[in-house]
Design a protein around this ligand. Structure first.
Ligand SMILES: C[S@@+](CC[C@H](N)C(=O)[O-])C[C@H]1O[C@@H](n2cnc3c(N)ncnc32)[C@H](O)[C@@H]1O
Length: 236
C-alpha cells in the first residue's frame, strides 16, 4: 500500500541527533508545556511524563492524527489543530518549544509577531526554546538551484523502500528556500512534498528576542557532535 503524505513526512522528518535528550533536560521541572508545530508528536511523546500537561499544536490535521495514535497515558496530552501565527490561548506555559526548523516554516513578516505572541504565552520566568539550522551571512545573491542526482536518503518503510530526491531553490536576497522532495519506489513516483523555509542568520536571533522583551537569551550551536543547529533558550 502506498504510504500517505503524513506517513512520508514522518519517515523523512526524524529530528536532529541529540535533540530529544536536550529538550528533555531543558524541560526538567516544567509542568505545563506547549510545542508549536508538533508534527506527528515526536517531541511531545518524548516529554510525556506523569503530572505534566503538554499541548501539541500543528496546522496539519493528518500529522496530528498520527500523533494522537501513539498517545501516551503518562501525561495529559492535548492536540490542537491551528496556525501558530494566530496563537491565542487562555493558558500560560512554563516552556514553549519550536523545534527542528519549525521557525523557518513561518514567513519572514510573521516571525516577529510570533515571537511577541510566544512571550505573552509564557509565565514570568518561563522559557522559550527553539532550534533551527544554522545559517551564516553569505555574500551570495540571486537564486540558486540544488538538485542532487542521487537520493538524499533512502527510507525503509512497511510499504517498501523509498528513495527521496531533493530539488531546492534558494533565494539569497529574500532568505528563503523552496524544497521539493520527490518520493520514488524504484522508477515509480509515489509522492511529492514542498516546503517553503524563510531562514534567519545566526546573529539575528538574540537582538530580535531581546526586542520582544525576553530577559536573557542563550544561543549555542548543536546538540552534541553535530553543529548544524542554532539552539536558543530565551527566558521571560
Ligand atoms: C519540521 S516540522 C517539525 C515537527 C516537530 N516540531 C519535530 O521536531 O519533529 C514543522 C512542523 O510545523 C508545522 N507548521 C508549519 N507552519 C505552521 C503554522 N503556521 N502553524 C502550525 N503549525 C505549523 C508543520 O505542519 C510541521 O508539522
Amino acid at each position: 500500500m502506498t504510504p500517505t503524505p503524513a506517513e512520508l513526512y514522518r519517515a523523512l522528518h526524524r529530528g536532529s541527533p541529540g535533540d530529544l535528550s536536550f529538550y528533555r533536560q531543558a524541560c526538567e521541572g516544567a509542568e505545563h508545556i506547549l510545542e508549536l508545530g508538533c508534527g506527528y508528536g515526536r517531541l511531545v511523546q518524548a516529554l510525556a511524563q506523569p503530572g505534566r500537561q503538554i499541548i501539541g499544536l500543528d496546522q496539519d490535521e493528518d500529522l496530528l492524527k498520527l500523533a494522537a495514535r501513539t498517545e501516551s497515558n503518562q501525561a495529559e496530552l492535548r492536540w490542537v489543530c491551528g496556525d501558530m501565527c494566530a496563537l491565542d490561548l487562555e493558558e500560560r506555559f512554563d516552556r514553549i518549544l519550536l523545534a527542528f526548523n519549525t521557525f523557518y516554516c513561518v514567513p519572514q513578516e510573521q516571525k516577529r509577531p510570533l515571537l511577541e505572541s510566544i512571550y505573552r504565552h509564557l509565565r514570568p520566568g518561563g522559557h522559550f526554546i527553539m532550534d533551527a539550522y544554522s545559517v551564516s551571512q553569505s555574500e551570495f545573491s540571486g537564486i540558486e538551484q540544488f538538485c542532487p542526482p542521487e537520493p538524499i536518503v533512502t527510507l525503509s518503510l512497511e510499504a517498501g523502500v523509498i528513495d527521496v530526491f531533493e530539488d531546492s531553490q534558494e533565494d539569497y536576497d529574500r532568505k528563503t528556500i523552496q524544497v521539493t522532495y520527490g518520493f520514488y519506489a524504484g522508477q515509480l513516483k509515489v509522492g511529492s512534498q514542498s516546503i517553503q523555509h524563510a531562514y534567519w542568520y545566526d546573529h539575528e536571533f538574540q537582538p530580535a528576542l531581546k526586542d520582544c522583551g525576553f530577559e536573557s537569551v542563550a544561543q549555542t550551536l548543536g546538540f552534541g557532535a553535530e553543529l548544524t543547529q542554532v539552539v536558543i533558550t530565551a527566558r521571560r
